[in-house]
Design a protein around this ligand. Sequence first.
Ligand code: 5GP
Ligand code: ZN
Length: 114
Amino acid sequence: MTDCLFCKIVAKEIPAEVVLETDRALAFRDVNPQAPTHVLVVPKEHHADAAALAAADDGLADDVLKAAHAVAVQEGVAGTGYRVVFNTGPGAGQTVFHVHAHVLGGRDLTWPPG
Ligand code: 5GP
Ligand code: ZN
């Protein structure tokens, strides 16, 4: 998609601090981190939100979730606890409409979130 911020990051047209790359997913640090570990994991293929990702075929959602867990392991937060969040829709705080999993960890995470 030409006018999508995260497609541009995937295409390396906009810089980002990439922490993990697979065939079909890219993980990079959030520019405005909300925790010591705050990484965004996106499918390289454009899908607007988690609903569209869930409807995508051939295991793309699996690949994104596996990449999110691999990031948690790599960041050293898998043992202490981490959160994977898909804000889905404006009412849930989604602001970038290329689906992304937030991987948050490295501090106490309260529940429910605000
Ligand atoms: P959302 O609100 O859609 O769930 O999350 C979007 C996230 O993207 C926010 O946490 C925001 O800080 C992050 N973000 C917005 N623009 C950029 C950018 O240009 N680079 C990076 N790395 N993160 C961004
Ligand atoms: Zn996109």
